[in-house]
Design a protein around this ligand. Structure first.
Ligand SMILES: [Zn+2]
Length: 138
């Protein structure tokens, strides 16, 4: 045998890590991508990967994940902007409605910071029931 030393996964503490090279599908919210030729130690019980740091696998994996997160954030920002405009609210009015500071919606719509899920959910509801806006603003 080439390698008889079996390492236990530090994530689940049940599985064993197996050295391999795999194509890994990563998913962030609604988007996914495949990172090919990931070198590392793969748990046979959970999805944990200990990357082989003599390769660029960890960097490529992280970059692919970041790209998905940024694409999701850009889509969420665009959706929020459409919903706000349909409600005929200025960014300042929308910010007053949801809190987060006077320029919160500018930051959300420009992708500078992601909105809290409560903001996303409120605008999703108001998009379907715009008449309810009258109950929130006077
Ligand atoms: Zn594990």
């Amino acid at each position: 045998m080439e390698n008889t030393k079996v390492r236990t996964c530090s994530n689940c503490e049940v599985g064993h890590l197996e050295k391999d090279t795999r194509d890994i599908k990563i998913t962030r919210q609604t988007r996914s991508a495949v990172v090919s030729n990931v070198h590392g130690f793969f748990c046979n019980n959970c999805n944990e990967i200990e990357f082989d740091d003599t390769t660029d696998s960890a960097t490529r994996y992280a970059e692919a994940g970041d790209k998905l997160v940024l694409a999701n954030r850009a889509e969420a920002a665009a959706t929020l902007k459409v919903q706000r405009k349909k409600l005929k609210l200025t960014q300042a009015q929308a910010s007053t409605l949801t809190g987060g500071g006077h320029n919160a919606f500018s930051r959300y719509e420009n992708g500078i910071s992601p909105p809290m899920p409560a903001v996303v959910n409120l605008f999703k509801l108001l998009d379907k029931h715009p008449d309810m806006l009258r109950e929130l603003v006077s």
